[in-house]
Design a protein around this ligand. Structure first.
Ligand SMILES: C[S@@+](CC[C@H](N)C(=O)[O-])C[C@H]1O[C@@H](n2cnc3c(N)ncnc32)[C@H](O)[C@@H]1O
Length: 264
């Protein structure tokens, strides 16, 4: 897939931005094209690229057709506000996540769940997020490091998340037993929940393979307390992967499968 991605800058470019884009292209081994005055569409046609990684002054984003994917705290911010107002967050409840805990998020994506978890575990906690798709890992890790303009507690929660561009099975196999309190999976839904075109860039880049039983076995070894998986409520994945306990909001389309470590 990499051959169909190129790197360029936003239309209002500068020498500094071009240098940053060039550096990134060397770092992640994707071809760099000078933006000049070309439209993204023209660049796509000239290069045959399906997708563009665009370096702008404020952010790094992935563009496919007319959709742009970039890191923003949107949904996580709302969820954190609700937690602050004393409401229950179903993911946090399923994880039984506490201040000071450690969480391994095996499917980081755009880090909304990791950000909520980071807020909850606080500065004494640890959040490591694994993302297999290099372009996604890149926009998210840069976004988490550089995003500004929010309250300090949200910014600090972003900065504490450690992003690694790793396949979770390989990473889990390297870890000692009981290395994290909670190990979490939120794979791409087997059946996408929405046809929303704004999710198209993530679907294009994401690893959409089903979770393996081997990954769950490793996760159970690595988790001290729980392994949690988010899936659509009716999903057969809970059964296939031995999540016998499934919980979540009564009217929510998603649910959380839980494997409680101490029953093993
Ligand atoms: C549904 S998204 C996760 C969304 C995330 N929970 C959030 O709140 O933004 C799933 C992500 O997991 C990544 N992924 C899938 N399989 C993976 C694997 N084996 N290792 C690491 N990341 C993986 C995909 O590339 C995708 O970005």
């Amino acid at each position: 897939m990499n051959s169909s991605i190129i790197i360029t800058t936003g239309i209002r470019s500068s020498n500094q931005l071009e240098e940053r884009a060039l550096e990134l292209s060397q770092e992640i081994h994707l071809p760099y094209y000078q933006r000049k005055k070309y439209s993204l569409q023209a660049l796509r046609e000239m290069t045959g690229a399906a997708a563009i990684l665009m370096v702008s002054p404020k952010r790094l984003s992935l563009v496919i057709d007319d959709q742009e994917l970039f890191f923003h705290p949107g949904l996580a911010k709302l969820r954190i506000k609700e937690i602050q107002a004393g409401k229950t967050d179903q993911m946090i409840k399923a994880m039984d996540l506490q201040e000071g805990n450690s969480l391994l998020d095996c499917t980081l994506g755009l880090a909304a769940d990791a950000l909520v978890a980071s807020y909850v575990v606080g500065p004494r906690g640890t959040i490591v997020g694994l993302e297999d798709a290099k372009p996604v890992a890149e926009i998210v890790s840069r976004g988490l490091c550089t995003y500004t303009g929010e309250k300090p507690e949200l910014i600090n929660a972003m900065r504490r998340i450690k992003v690694m561009n790793e396949h979770h099975l390989q990473y889990l196999c390297k870890l000692p037993s009981n290395a994290f309190d909670v190990v979490y999976f939120d794979p791409m839904f087997r059946v996408p929940k929405t046809k929303s075109s704004s999710m198209a860039p993530l679907r294009f880049f994401a690893n959409s393979n089903p979770l393996s039983n081997e990954a769950i076995v490793e996760a159970v070894r690595v988790a001290r307390k729980k392994v949690v998986m988010k899936e659509s409520r009716e999903s057969q994945e809970f059964q296939r992967l031995n999540f016998h306990k499934v919980q979540g909001g009564r009217y929510s389309p998603v649910a959380y499968g839980v494997i409680q470590k101490d029953v093993f």
